[in-house]
Write a new protein. Structure first.
Length: 148
C-alpha cells in the first residue's frame, strides 16, 4: 500500500528541517569562530552564548529529523479513528485521532490539508495511520485513505 501524500509531506518536511539544521550549524560555527578571533571578553561571551543557543535549538530539530526519517522509511500502518478537532503547533486546525499498536493506545493530532474538512468523517472516521516501530506514538493519519 502506497500513501504517496504522506511520503511527499514527510520528504518536504525533511528537506526544510535539513535546511534549518544547516543554518543552525552554520550559526554555531560562525559564532564560535568569531568568539575565537575576538580579543574582547564581553564579545567572546556573547558569541559563545549565541553558539549555545543555536546548539540548543539544533538538538530538537535533529530529533525531529530522526523521528520523521524513521517514519518515512517505515511501511507500518494501522487503522485509526478520528475523535474530534484539535490545534496543530504552527499549522492551525487539525483532527485528533487514536490508534492502537501492540495493545497500547496512542492519540495524535494532524492537519487535514489538502483534504477539505467536509470530506473527513469526524468523529468516528476510520483511516490508515502510518507509524514507525521506533516511535509508535508519532503516527500520522492519511485522510486520503479511508478504511472501507
Amino acid at each position: 500500500m502506497l500513501l504517496t501524500v504522506t511520503d511527499l509531506e514527510l520528504m518536504a518536511a525533511q528537506a526544510v528541517k535539513f535546511i534549518l539544521l544547516g543554518l543552525l550549524i552554520f550559526g554555531i560555527g560562525l559564532n564560535l569562530l568569531k568568539a575565537w578571533k575576538t580579543s574582547s571578553g564581553k564579545k567572546k561571551v556573547i558569541r559563545i552564548v549565541f553558539a549555545i543557543v543555536f546548539f540548543a535549538l539544533a538538538i530538537p530539530v535533529f530529533r525531529w529529523i530522526e523521528v520523521e526519517g524513521s517514519m518515512l522509511s517505515s511501511g507500518e500502518y494501522v487503522i485509526g479513528t478520528t475523535l474530534g478537532f484539535c490545534e496543530v503547533f504552527a499549522k492551525g486546525k487539525g483532527i485528533e485521532f487514536e490508534y492502537e499498536i501492540d495493545g497500547i493506545k496512542y492519540k495524535n493530532c494532524n492537519t487535514y490539508h489538502p483534504i477539505p474538512i467536509d470530506n473527513i468523517k469526524v468523529p468516528g472516521g476510520k483511516y490508515y495511520v502510518r507509524y514507525s516501530k521506533k516511535y509508535p506514538e508519532k503516527g500520522r493519519i492519511n485522510f486520503q485513505k479511508p478504511v472501507e
